[in-house]
Write a protein that binds this ligand. Sequence first.
Ligand SMILES: Cc1ncc(COP(=O)(O)O)c(C=O)c1O
Length: 410
Amino acid sequence: MMSDSKRRLVVEGGEKIVDFDNKAFKPIPEEGIEMAANAMRRGVMYRYQPKTKEESITANFEKKFAEFMGVKHAVGGNSCGSTMFIAMNIAGVKAGDKILSNAFTFHAVPSVIEHMRAEPVLVESNREWGMCPDDLDKKAAETGAKVLLMSYMRGHVPDMDRIMEVVKKHDLFFIEDCAHAYCTSWDGKLLGTFGHIACFSTQSSKGMSAGEGGIFITDNDEYAAKAVLYAGSYELLWKKHYNLDPELMDKLQNQIPGYSMRMHEVTAAMLTPQIDRLSVIHKIHTENYMRLESIIGDHPNIEVPAKMEKADRFYDTMQFHVTGLSREKADRFIDLMKMEGIPMQIFGAKRNARDYRQWTYVAAHKEVMPETIANIEFACDLSMQPHLTLDNIEVMGRVIREVMDFVVAE
Ligand SMILES: Cc1ncc(COP(=O)(O)O)c(C=O)c1O
């Protein structure tokens, strides 16, 4: 539809028409830079350095994020992986325990389970890359596992009604990995508010970006108290947090190991103005995604799976299945897209870290997971950062169609 004027592709010696970087990470808002620079100028980078919680950038960031999510507590950490590690400690996971988790996710997730010396039980994904509730039910029954660490990989939402039924049926301790699920909801309820605990990432490719960082959220006072201590608060430093129960803190203080996984004041400064930015970029992401889908969605070799009706996504990335192509041709498509200036990856190819068969440090990497393999084998992954304009999106759509047509015809 977009490519009436026949253009020679870069591989044919033609000119590149892409003059933007779809993967470039978001800059820090000026207000955040100012706040961070001030903290550095004053030499106040440690979150417990300010005398009161009111003066602590991190404590105020936590308060604001908890309000944004509509939960009682947020605790800053130095990565999402760290906050998931803390969550698993709170869940009481011991070495050798079985943990239900996605067969399709990023390797940071099984790595956290390995960090606990526990054992992942991998659960199949559906065509839209969410966790399959039926397989979750089956694996929970078969293994007796009591903890679920579930990723909303690339912001894809499974059938949360069914997932919650299974969680209740097996009485699972449910930790939500919301690394990719900012502003993402099911039937109007934000992801991150379904489980006992949820963890967000603020690594640079994520919806809120600070290089590194993580946020732990919960409505439960005891989990929040423990998270503060596991992250590395000792003695009376818990007083520099909002909303903790003093009696509980007095009881638990110094009784729980502190893993030095605290958030940094400079990180919190960079993140503070980004909470309000989330709804702004969510709108841009949605508009860009819908436009791209309208351009490429009807291509005979491209399948953009329809999302579940009750789900609303963040849409900062797009995934689609390449259909009807051999492995070689699919790889060729990716190579030519890179030459055009639009880098992409296929999850199930070239030793990708999102392919569970690569996680050789966990026994489950040897399992045959037919659904997941079918769903990642030809799944392309495209970053769509919010600086992209609708004109950029038109160019991306045109290039994707042109390259696909070229590869099919070759
Ligand atoms: C799905 C998913 N979960 C968790 C993480 C871990 O995030 P972090 O790098 O902040 O530890 C990532 C990182 O990219 C991820 O993709």
